[in-house]
Ligand binder design. Structure first.
Ligand SMILES: Nc1ncnc2c1ncn2[C@@H]1O[C@H](COP(=O)(O)OP(=O)(O)OP(=O)(O)O)[C@@H](O)[C@H]1O
Ligand SMILES: [Mg+2]
Length: 324
């Protein structure tokens, strides 16, 4: 059995009348990436703040890094690093000074502080900019500095609250690479995001926070199986070919106007081959063929919209648009 870096049971938190977390359970095995996904105001930051001892929960049992959070918050603090949703970087001082400030907070000696700062600045490609005021940094550089600062204390568990919000695609990919490398080094990452692709790319497990609770949890693949949306789309220009194909394929949805057929399925190679075989047998060829597999967007909209969540993997007959 792998041990858990984070284990929370029955987490509750209200602000006044507003119930933000209404009995949330979370468990994150050591050395994995866990992603908490949710729309604005779902309570992601609240969860991060509670798990990182910055805010007290109203109820719930929490263990982080093997320590009981209520009984020994100091031990939890020593084991974790937090990169908040809003940057902790001080723009008026240089990147290096920001790092040295963190080293001081972690009671590193002057010499050790300088060594660690230089090493991390190098690792995050900030050596050149190290002596410039952080206010002059780009968004991506500031985020990298933020994470570098978080790593000064060599935490085993890292909380990243929306680490790539506002970053351009290149910076986002750089950040993903950084996060993957952290995990390769044995670190556990608890990540919040609004980007489904990000959770899909990075996370071993994903939980969707909605309405105060976990609406669904699993691997990206497991979550995708929860919602309909997968299909092969075939478009024709020749009405005869279109009709022949519609007759040859089972369970298709027809759009006679655009001469388009949708064949529900999971987008697997085996299914695709079956479709192609049937078209071949009928002697028709589609002018355009696209495969649509449900992505986390489908899951997100299905789970956090007004629609109900299918308890069983539903018949994947609905097109993506209808699933929303
Ligand atoms: N200190 C506070 N006092 C009162 N209400 C708060 C406080 N902090 C958060 N809330 C409320 O709790 C709810 C959840 O907020 P939270 O910041 O955790 O959401 P989030 O999922 O991080 O959202 P976002 O994606 O916008 O960052 C919101 O309705 C917010 O207004
Ligand atoms: Mg937030």
């Amino acid at each position: 059995m792998t041990s858990l870096a984070i284990a929370a049971n029955g987490l509750r938190k209200s602000y006044g009348e507003k119930v933000v977390l209404d009995g949330v359970d979370l468990s994150v095995p050591e050395g994995t990436i866990f992603s908490l996904l949710g729309p604005n105001g779902a309570g992601k930051t609240t969860a991060v703040k509670i798990l990182s001892t910055l805010v007290t929960a109203d109820a719930g049992e929490i263990r982080v890094g093997g320590h009981d959070l209520a009984a020994d918050p100091q031990a939890v603090r020593a084991a974790i690093g937090v990169t908040g949703q809003f940057s902790a970087v001080d723009g008026l001082i240089t990147g290096e000074e920001n790092m040295l400030l963190m080293a001081d907070l972690h009671h590193l000696s002057r010499r050790e502080g300088r060594r660690v700062a230089a090493e991390l600045l190098e690792r995050f490609d900030l050596t050149e900019a190290a002596s410039k005021p952080a206010a002059t940094y780009s968004g991506g550089m500031k985020r990298r500095l933020d994470i570098a600062m978080t790593l000064v204390g060599d935490p085993r568990i890292i909380f990243l609250d929306e680490p790539t919000t506002g970053l351009d695609p290149r910076s986002r990919h750089t950040m993903w690479q950084i996060i993957r490398e952290l995990v390769t080094g044995g670190v556990t990452v608890f990540l919040t995001t609004q980007y489904l692709e990000e959770a899909d790319q990075l996370a071993d497990r994903i939980a969707v926070l909605h309405g105060g609770g976990i609406a669904a949890e699993g691997t990206a693949e497991e979550l995708k199986r929860l919602v309909p949306g997968g299909h092969v789309r075939l478009r024709f220009t020749d009405p005869d070919a279109y009709r022949s194909a519609a007759a040859a394929l089972r369970g298709v949805t027809r759009d006679d106007e655009s001469l388009t057929l949708r064949v529900p399925g999971d987008g697997s190679q085996r299914e695709l081959r079956a479709v192609l075989d049937r078209l071949d047998a009928a002697g028709v060829e589609a002018d355009e063929l696209t495969v649509h597999t449900p992505d986390l967007d489908d899951v997100f909209f299905a789970l956090t919209g007004t629609g109900t969540v299918p308890a069983q993997p539903a018949q994947p007959a609905l097109p993506k648009e209808a699933a929303r």
